[in-house]
Design a binder for this molecule. Structure first.
Ligand code: NAP
Length: 278
């Protein structure tokens, strides 16, 4: 397929790289020309566009918008008149709900997507091969979504070695608030608290701290972007954390070791039910 990836950062660069290696002809466009030059030099893409308008000069099977969340809709609006109605236009934004409905209204070939993989890195130099192998890649069709676009996106996801999971855009946002957007703030609070403890805590931090701090120590613009775009669901999560922590605090103060162990027994078992933790 002939694919254009818009926004070459951690996710866009990694997708472009895997699709190039899978034999697709991948072109890239990013905000800064140096980014495209780096992606070309690394062999992530086989060509680059200097302006988004150049999309209109050639035919495309797919256009994949990998910009920060706030730039997705304006980019789709710019892309829509430049491509044919049968071109797949998709995004990778971590929030779907109203974004998918607005993008579908703007662009007939739009299909919402969200690859469930990432690192604490950002920008093109953080891009890596095979980031999505074995991961879930969510697709969020709505009634107006074209079947041909959905099918084409499924083929591209298969070429990454990822697994397609299809769900409603609003259901997606509720679920990721619990497993991704909310935990960013819980993990950030943990880092801030440990930092207040001082330098000995910093020196002793090991693999446990590395695991629990990863998402709170990631890309700040992405964390805020997710919270802005999925605010209500994230607020609900923060409220639930507070309720659990208040309960834990009470049991600790009362030295109720039985209830505390019971709680950890439940979370120990429940963790196995989450993908990638089993
Ligand atoms: P990132 O590493 O910061 O990459 C985004 C890149 O887009 C930037 O490096 C920038 O490149 C370029 N860019 C910014 N504004 C642009 C614009 N208006 N037009 C064209 N290019 C633009 O961020 P990311 O982590 O890859 O996130 C990108 C998208 O993936 C977001 O929508 C996010 O929700 C989604 N996502 C992220 C993760 C994750 O864990 N990181 C996981 C799944 C999905 P230059 O300025 O250098 O050219």
């Amino acid at each position: 397929m002939r694919i254009a990836v818009i926004g070459l950062g951690l996710i866009g660069g990694s997708l472009a790289w895997d699709w190039t290696e899978a034999g697709h002809e991948v072109w890239g466009f990013s905000r800064t020309p140096e980014t495209c030059a780096y992606a070309l030099a690394q062999g992530m893409i086989s060509g680059s566009l200097n302006h988004l308008q150049e999309l209109g000069e050639q035919g495309w099977d797919g256009v994949v918008v990998c910009t920060p969340i706030a730039d997705v809709l304006p980019t789709v609006a710019e892309v829509a008149p430049l491509v044919s109605a049968s071109t797949l236009v998709t995004d990778v934004a971590s929030v779907k709900g109203s974004l998918v409905r607005s993008a579908t209204a703007l662009c007939a070939g739009f299909v919402g997507g969200h690859p469930m993989a990432g690192t604490a890195g950002q920008g093109i130099r953080a891009a890596q091969r095979e980031l999505f192998r074995g991961a879930v890649y969510v697709v969020t069709p709505v009634p107006e979504t074209q079947a041909s676009g959905l099918e084409r996106l499924g083929i591209l996801i298969g070429d990454l070695g990822a697994e397609v999971v299809r769900c409603d855009p609003d259901d997606h946002d509720q679920a990721v608030a619990a497993i991704s957007h909310g935990p960013v703030w819980l993990s950030a609070a943990l880092i801030a608290t440990a930092r207040e403890q001082g330098s000995l805590a910093q020196r002793l931090a090991s693999s446990g701290f590395r695991d629990t701090s990863r998402v709170g120590g990631g890309n700040p613009a992405l964390g805020v972007g997710m919270a802005r775009a999925n605010r209500e669901a994230v607020v609900v999560q923060v409220r639930r954390y507070q309720a659990h922590l208040a309960q834990i605090q009470m049991w600790l103060e009362q030295e109720d070791w039985e209830r505390l162990e019971d709680f950890l027994q439940q979370t120990h078992c429940a963790r196995r039910d989450f993908r990638s933790c089993g």
